[in-house]
Design a protein around this ligand. Structure first.
Ligand SMILES: Nc1ncnc2c1ncn2[C@@H]1O[C@H](COP(=O)(O)OP(=O)(O)O)[C@@H](O)[C@H]1O
Ligand SMILES: [Mg+2]
Length: 223
């Protein structure tokens, strides 16, 4: 019994996570700004599009058509035709877009991947009674996981960090639900120009595996 893995488009990243993105699960990329999360997210989308699928891409920071063009290269126009981009400006709009995926998936059997980048950018800015934004975020994770399972596709979410003052480390936002429901978690670190992708959680691979890379015109390159 083998599950067909979906390439991230970045071979060292595929290797790090055991061959590619697992269908029926949520994979999380988290880390500090400019660490390479969006580059990796776009690379995943480009790879799924190149494999012939459609992709739902929810981008809360404004989708960078330029970066997509750099990574997609000559195939940009053909691939862009099968990329469904949503750009919510508020957390409520993000919730609506995540809910809307149910209808899109029903109507588009060729969707191979859902990306939400950044899953926590708007959440971070959301006020409200204690615990409420957290519950709303959790509900979205549960919906996304439901789509992943029902349609047997991978979901990629990116997540931002905060400084945990007690442990003095950068930690992912979104609390325990976000980390529990992400079956694979990769942390992107930034030290000068060199980045490092570290496997933080996986069901069948040791945590702490990593590779170093540079961000390049066409995505990322292992160093
Ligand atoms: N064409 C390019 N060549 C080299 N580096 C690039 C290119 N485009 C963007 N970058 C670098 O990528 C970084 C942003 O990466 P990104 O994947 O958006 O990070 P994140 O989503 O984690 O904030 C910036 O440091 C930027 O300089
Ligand atoms: Mg980003």
């Amino acid at each position: 019994m083998t599950e067909e893995l979906v390439s991230t488009g970045i071979s060292p990243l595929d290797s790090l996570i055991g061959g590619g993105l697992s269908p029926k699960t949520i994979t999380q990329f988290y880390g500090e700004p400019a660490g390479g999360k969006s580059t990796a997210a776009i690379a995943c989308a480009v790879a799924a599009l190149k494999a012939g699928g459609e992709v739902i891409y929810i981008d809360t920071e404004g989708f960078s058509t330029e970066r997509f063009r750099q990574i997609a290269g000559n195939y940009t126009d053909i691939l862009a035709a099968r990329l469904m981009i949503y750009e919510p400006f508020t957390f409520a709009e993000q919730e609506a877009d995540v809910a809307e995926c149910a209808r899109i998936l029903k109507q588009n059997p060729d969707v191979r991947l859902i990306v939400v980048d950044s899953f926590t950018g708007l959440y971070r800015a959301e006020g409200g009674p204690a615990g409420e934004p957290q519950r709303r975020l959790s509900r979205q994770m549960i919906l996304l996981l439901g789509y992943a399972k029902r349609y047997k596709i991978p979901v990629v979410v990116t997540n931002q960090v905060f400084m945990d003052v007690e442990t003095r480390t950068l930690r992912g936002l979104g609390g325990t639900v976000l980390s529990h429901l992400s079956k694979v978690i990769v942390r992107f670190e930034k030290k000068g120009p060199t980045r490092r992708a570290v496997l933080e959680k996986h069901r069948s691979r040791p945590e702490g595996l990593s590779f170093s890379f540079l961000l390049t015109e066409d995505g990322m390159r292992e160093v």
